[in-house]
Design a protein around this ligand. Structure first.
Ligand code: AMP
Ligand code: MG
Length: 487
């Protein structure tokens, strides 16, 4: 594999010109140190399994990477329902776009690289804690098979920054398919720059949805594509119980990729109102709101495309969101339940299941693993008594599928994780990192979440991962845990 000195930068965004960004080098940092490196993210851009000498200096921004042309992107967006005209990469820099051996382009981005022209008086830094949270979250979603930005590394820096209290700072090296957000379009739309909305849309189609370039109605079809990818992404979040926490339009990309990890969380005891973001007092971005918010955000994107695609066609397209989402979600739930006949009986059964999970606050993740073992490996007695008649009806639907129990279990275990990134696991890793400067728990969690569906004895042994400990339910005091935006 080529070392990072030979990263094949093919920067495209810079061609859009200065209306779209500020060119800026990362600010130098003192004594960068490695917190964790993800080899599987490194592989995407052709980096070796272990970091080489010089990595920290280059990826913390202390030394330039050859071929990189760092820039801070301009964007705005709707935050919690209100338009904020002044956003943009206040602390992030797109170092450049790397073309890998498979001819796929990956953005290499630093988060926390110093204040840019978009910083609005903030310090341009990220806390070590929030960087670790993003690192683990993105690698975990990827392990679950959900489109996500990746985290190449967290690099700690010897700098204290002030949030609710003094905090250690760090830089997150993000590797992502795309950094163009709904908010990128909003920025040019609301500043009355229709030509730049068009240039951005053409750029987005050419570079990210190139198969649409020759469509006669390409702007409309582009919107349809983004809508479809967004609906599919959110159906996957819902299926696994992931709550993003800050679904502002600047945190949604045109490739339908989970983007910008702040106070996210995974469902433990099932609660449709679960909101991991402690600042979201109105629960705008709660679990059950996510599909609807996806729709709301798509409407905001559509508004910016009206001059290009026409209002009527976009309205036609947006109507497809709900049925598309429902279809994707039904398929996700079918897979989770090991069922392929997704008829009215299936819908009824699923609905009753959710009611039951909610009433009993059952652990959302464990429930499906337990159900996969039913009836041959786990008897009815393992479930609460008032679920028994539901279990009978579930078995009836299973019988229609004409596959053996073992086959069904295998299929279910491939989509229902045994391990999820529970809040207490993250907290434990953060405590060890912050209090003891011991980052081994971060590595352990990252490795565990690479494949959360099965036990891997050799890997578990190498990293000292205790199967029982990491698959335990969330302790009472951590249930429904919330994090603040600034933490
Ligand atoms: P986020 O919550 O990370 O999506 O950030 C929202 C907006 O605030 C973006 O424009 C960020 O660039 C900006 N921002 C957040 N924190 C900082 C910071 N410490 N310094 C500069 N800009 C920031
Ligand atoms: Mg953001």
């Amino acid at each position: 594999m080529p070392p990072f000195q030979e990263l094949n930068f093919k920067n495209r965004f810079i061609d859009l010109g200065p209306d779209f960004f500020q060119e800026k080098q990362p600010d130098p940092v003192t004594d960068p140190y490695l917190v964790d490196y993800s080899p599987s993210a490194g592989k995407l851009i052709g980096l070796p399994l272990e970091i080489e000498t010089g990595f920290l200096e280059k990826f913390s921004g202390n030394q330039p990477l050859e071929g990189a042309q760092p820039l801070a992107m301009a964007y705005s967006g709707h935050q919690f329902g209100s338009y904020n005209p002044r956003l943009g990469d206040g602390r992030g820099l797109l170092l450049g776009e790397v073309l890998n051996k498979e001819n796929k382009s990956w953005d290499v981005h630093l988060k926390g690289a110093g204040p840019t022209r978009f910083a609005r008086g903030f310090d341009g830094r990220a806390t070590l804690k929030s960087s670790i949270r993003e690192h683990l979250g993105s690698e975990a979603l990827n392990g679950l098979g959900i489109p996500s930005t990746r985290s190449l590394a967290v690099i700690g820096i010897k700098e204290i920054i002030y949030r609710e209290k003094p905090e250690l700072a760090a830089i997150l090296v993000r590797v992502a398919d795309c950094h163009i957000r709904f908010g990128s379009f909003e920025f040019f739309h609301y500043t009355n720059q229709p030509k730049n909305v068009e240039r951005l849309t053409d750029f987005a189609i050419q570079n990210y949805h190139n198969d649409l370039w020759n469509e006669p109605d390409r702007y409309r079809i582009f919107f349809r594509r983004v809508l479809t990818l967004t609906a599919r992404l959110i159906s996957k979040w819902q299926a696994v119980g992931f709550v993003h926490g800050v679904m502002n339009t600047d945190n949604m990309t045109i490739t339908g990729t989970t983007f910008d990890y702040g106070p996210y969380g995974f469902m433990d005891g099932f609660n449709v109102n679960y909101t991991p973001n402690s600042s979201d007092v109105h629960r705008r971005y709660s679990f059950q709101q996510q599909p609807e918010i996806g729709f709301w955000n798509l409407n905001k994107l559509a508004e910016t495309l009206v001059p290009l695609a026409g209002s009527e066609s976009l309205q036609e397209e947006i109507k497809q969101y709900q049925p598309l989402f429902n279809g994707f979600y039904r398929e996700e739930m079918g897979r989770k339940l090991g069922l392929s006949i997704l008829d009215a009986d299936f819908s009824q059964l699923t609905q009753e299941m959710f009611q039951f999970l909610f009433d009993h606050k059952l652990d959302y993740t464990h429930f499906f693993r337990l159900l996969a073992n039913f009836p041959e490996r786990t008897g009815k007695s393992q479930f609460p008594p008032d679920l028994h008649s539901w279990l009978d009806r579930y078995l009836k639907l299973c019988e229609r599928e004409s596959i053996s129990h073992d086959e069904r279990k295998k299929k279910m275990d491939e989509v229902n994780p045994k391990y999820i990134l529970r809040s207490h696991l993250i907290q434990h890793a953060l405590d060890r990192a912050i209090k003891d400067f011991d980052f081994s728990e971060i590595t352990r969690l990252r490795v565990l979440m690479e494949n959360p569906f099965e036990d891997r004895p050799d890997v578990f042994k190498k990293y000292d991962i205790n199967e029982e400990l990491y698959s335990q339910e969330t302790p009472q005091e951590f249930l429904g845990r919330q994090t603040s935006c600034s933490a």
